[in-house]
Design a protein around this ligand. Structure first.
Ligand code: ADP
Ligand code: MG
Length: 255
């Protein structure tokens, strides 16, 4: 496990694929019987790309994100992060890897209400046992357009501002890949657009990788490519699709 003793080497190396899913099956046992939330998913997410994952409700989008981020273990198949098979890691090793190479953005922001904006953004560094430098945190806030708001609490911000705080928090540890589950689901159109432009910039200017689950064709059109899921399988792929093309594809799947 040389990688885990020096996580920096992992983030510095430029693996051609940030995340690889190889033959992933995820089976849940429920009262009604077994459910294959993912049924044989193989896909490699190239480094420095923005991919949207779309599909009808229940198609396995959230499960795919959870498994890709190592938050949930697959029933079958391998997940590689930057070329490293995470199935071989213990929970402690996996948590370390997650903190050094991944960022997360959720629909509901998941900010800690008692902490200031500054402390929310600094949290991942503290959890990783580092001392956040003040300038580093303020620069992350500048980058998402929140200059001067670092002393506020989340409740003193708009929804769009709170989501930018959560993006700054996801980016502070310079992760190789950011996983986002419906990041604009709670935002109005105008604010969504700003958040999506910001995510796209992160990929285009800084070379980070984003995997974003969304049900909104307009949101998906900010990605380089769109992956379509149905019944736990990849059923389509669109490169640089327009909102209309993406919506068309979605309506075919929902038939
Ligand atoms: P999506 O995000 O596309 O709506 P999910 O990944 O949440 O889909 O779910 C895919 C399928 O797996 C659904 O049929 C869902 O009911 C089932 N599922 C998800 N999580 C669980 C779980 N913890 N236990 C049982 N079934 C689950
Ligand atoms: Mg979901």
């Amino acid at each position: 496990m040389t990688i885990l003793s020096s996580p920096e080497t992992l983030t510095q190396q430029t693996a051609p694929h940030a995340v690889t899913l190889d033959g992933i099956t995820k089976t849940y046992q429920s009262k009604a019987g077994k459910v294959d939330a993912l049924a044989g998913v193989t896909h490699a997410f190239p480094s420095s790309t923005f991919t949207a994952v779309m599909g009808p409700s229940g198609s396995g989008k959230s499960t795919l994100l959870q498994v890709a981020a190592g938050l949930d273990r697959p029933s079958k198949g391998d997940v590689l992060i930057g070329g490293n098979d995470i199935g071989k890691l213990s929970e402690v090793e996996l948590t370390k890897l997650r903190r050094s190479t991944m960022g997360f953005v959720f629909q509901s922001y998941n900010l800690l209400p008692a902490l200031t904006v500054f402390d929310n953004v600094a949290l991942p560094l503290r959890l990783a046992g580092k001392h956040p430098r003040r300038n580093e945190v303020l620069a992350a806030l500048d980058q998402v357009g929140l200059h001067g708001l670092h002393r506020r609490r989340p409740a003193e911000l708009s929804g769009g501002q709170q989501q930018r705080v959560s993006i700054a928090r996801a980016l502070i540890s310079k992760p190789e890949v950011v996983f986002a589950d419906e990041p604009t689901g709670a935002l109005d159109r105008q604010t969504s657009r700003q958040v999506l432009e910001l995510l796209r910039q992160v990929v285009d200017d800084r070379g980070q990788t984003i995997v974003m689950v969304t049900h909104d064709p307009l949101a998906a059109s900010y990605a380089h490519s769109v992956l379509f899921l149905a019944d736990g399988q990849i059923v389509g792929h669109l490169e640089r699709g327009t909102p209309a093309q993406i919506a068309q594809k979605m309506s075919e799947l929902e038939k």
